[in-house]
Design a protein around this ligand. Structure first.
Ligand code: ADP
Ligand code: MG
Length: 397
């Protein structure tokens, strides 16, 4: 179901409460290490300000247990102000008389940043009273925080019980691209799966197996599949509980599932490990599979080259160690060069592609790690479900 967006409502002169994901990585001194998440919300923020909204921003930052000065939003508000080129008034609370007062003083085009919403236990508990107090500040609610949409919290779901709720542009973009993967992917549709454990990916496999033409399997989960085929995997990662699942899958879809044919094995997981490339049927005992090999990269690349839609989750190897990042790099290169619509979801793979400088060659890298996977699993995200559907008549759109 399509969701209403900021384009579908009149915001002029209105107080708009906007949930953003400004959960940026912080350095020891509290400085912002990477402001990408702030920049990602700028199109919606700028649009609302141009239309004359009074904009009240709310976000979480880190995982504070109650009030914690290390996680105040001051630096974030300052950075936002620099990016916008206009003042952002930072408040020290999210609700209460002072916040109400500040909101009453707002003029169209003004911006307020509320304090870290996770300082309130009502946030993660989705306390209706806290949600009502937040909602009271505004006339309209906008959600642009896709990365927290899989959590039913007061600022992502609770507030929508009291305010007309629409999507921001970032949210809209995420729903459009990820929606394409689970609804009508152009064929051939190739799914690339890696990462750590089979158990984390079962939901994704189950929801995409029928839609996909090919599932390319690398990463740590590969070895459970190799073991399921009766191969020796040495000390590689094994998800023993899901061995039967892997066996079943190989029987059910033998033509769709493509496993790596060669792997990099190492004597330990460390930058100074000894390592070598071996075919998957020759993994020596005591060695650990840490990456896919060059022949596999070539085979995978051929599927990728001919694809029309690609969904990729999970790195192909232990990319955190440079020597074991070659497989992920090789596959990333093929995805970057492929004319296919390429969509990437997952925290580690998104980080890996940024690090390896492939990010701008991918059609869409989801900003929501966990949220993107839940979406691809076909689960309804509470923060998305709570937004008004397009074609609904309750706010004039
Ligand atoms: P994502 O966050 O993209 O969904 P995961 O969280 O499932 O991906 O997996 C990422 C982790 O998988 C990385 O830390 C990486 O080191 C690990 N990994 C990749 N290949 C292997 C392997 N062969 N053995 C063990 N761990 C692996
Ligand atoms: Mg991860």
């Amino acid at each position: 179901m399509k969701k209403k967006t900021v384009r579908d409502i009149d915001v002029s002169g209105k107080r708009v409460l906007m949930r953003v994901d400004f959960n940026v990585p912080l350095g020891e001194d509290g400085s912002i290490l990477d402001d990408r998440r702030i920049r990602a919300a700028l199109p919606t923020i700028e649009y609302l300000l141009e239309k004359g909204a009074k904009l009240i921003l709310v976000s979480h930052l880190g995982r504070p247990k109650g009030f914690d000065p290390a996680y105040k939003m001051d630096n974030v508000a300052r950075r936002l102000s620099e990016l916008l080129g206009k003042p952002v008034r930072k408040l020290d609370a999210c609700v209460g008389p002072e916040v109400k007062q500040a909101v009453e003083e707002m003029k169209p085009g003004d911006v307020i940043m509320l304090e870290n919403v996770r300082f309130y236990e009502g946030e993660t508990k989705n306390d209706p009273e806290f949600a009502r107090q937040l909602a009271e500040l505004a006339d309209i609610y906008v959600n642009d925080a896709f990365g927290t949409a899989h959590r039913a919290h007061a600022s992502t779901e609770g507030v929508t019980k009291y305010l007309p709720a629409v999507a921001g542009f970032l949210m809209e973009k995420e729903l459009e691209f990820l929606g394409k993967v689970i609804s009508a992917p152009d064929k051939p549709f190739v799914v690339i799966l890696g990462g750590a454990k089979v158990s984390d990916k079962i939901g994704v496999i189950e929801n995409l197996l029928d839609k996909a033409d090919t599932l390319l399997i690398g990463g740590g989960m590969l070895f459970t599949f190799l073991k399921a085929k009766g191969l020796e995997i040495g000390k590689s990662l094994l998800d023993a509980e899901h061995l039967d699942y892997a066996k079943g899958l190989l029987e059910k879809a033998p033509d769709k599932i493509v496993l790596a044919e060669d792997v990099v094995v190492a004597d330990k997981i460390a930058p100074d490990a000894s390592y070598k490339i071996v075919p998957v049927d020759s993994i020596p005992p005591d060695w650990i599979g840490v990456d896919i090999g060059p022949r596999t990269v070539e085979t995978f690349s051929n599927y990728i080259k001919n694809a029309k839609t690609i969904f990729w989750n999970g790195p192909m190897g232990i990319y955190e160690i440079e020597a074991f990042a070659e497989g992920t790099k090789g596959v990333a290169k093929a995805v970057a060069e492929s004319p296919a619509l390429s969509i990437v979801g997952g925290g580690d793979i998104a980080a890996a592609l940024e690090e390896l400088s492939f990010a701008d060659k991918i059609s869409h890298i989801s900003t929501g790690g966990g949220a993107s996977l839940e979406f691809i699993e076909g689960k309804e995200l509470p923060g998305v479900a709570a937004l008004l559907d397009k074609g609904c008549c309750c706010c004039g759109g």
